[in-house]
Design a binder for this molecule. Structure first.
Ligand SMILES: Cc1cc2nc3c(=O)[nH]c(=O)nc-3n(C[C@H](O)[C@H](O)[C@H](O)COP(=O)(O)O)c2cc1C
Length: 144
């Protein structure tokens, strides 16, 4: 079945993982942006600040994604929760046909609204070296 991989990335890790998953599943890549510049030290501080605030952002997709489509969202973890632009996008989707992959340096997402309702949730954590394992698991689940 066709689907989309919607990724948000600041430093490229989530994009790289989204691309790997696209190769495994054939799902189409779509970039999510919010018009903010998160580069450099100030960008990092801004990202950290937004992660703790419920700030409205101008979330945009590089391609239209039908509302009932199967979607895998790939996003960095920011201060214990998915990055704010991703969080806003997730609120517009039906959890039952939405999967979430959260990339991080060392920790698992503690704050994820409706965590148990999504089709699949995977935490890809650098420290755990579990990228191949989680990508294998979600690919298997998608092809079921
Ligand atoms: C503002 C900010 C907050 C972060 N908070 C966490 C965190 O709480 N736990 C963690 O393990 N990694 C944290 N990270 C690291 C990123 O989640 C990790 O490097 C991620 O894979 C980056 O993805 P990207 O390259 O697609 O932006 C944070 C990074 C940023 C910029």
């Amino acid at each position: 079945m066709a689907g989309y991989i919607v990724y948000f990335t600041r430093s490229g890790n989530s994009k790289r993982i989204a691309e790997a998953l696209s190769k495994q599943t054939g799902y189409e890549l779509v970039e999510l942006t919010d018009g903010m510049n998160y580069h450099g030290v100030f960008g990092y501080i801004k990202a950290g600040y937004f992660a703790t605030q419920n700030k409205p952002l101008d979330v945009k997709l590089s391609k239209e994604v039908p509302v009932d489509a199967n979607v895998v969202v790939v996003s960095p973890l920011w201060a214990g929760g998915v990055a704010q632009p991703t969080r806003l996008f997730l609120r517009t989707r039906q959890p039952k046909n939405t999967s979430v992959l959260i990339t991080s340096k060392g920790s698992v997402a503690k704050k994820l609204e409706s965590r148990n309702d999504f089709y699949f949730v995977g935490d890809i954590v650098d420290r755990l070296k579990n990228e191949a394992q989680i990508l294998g698991a979600i690919t298997k689940r998608i092809k079921e």
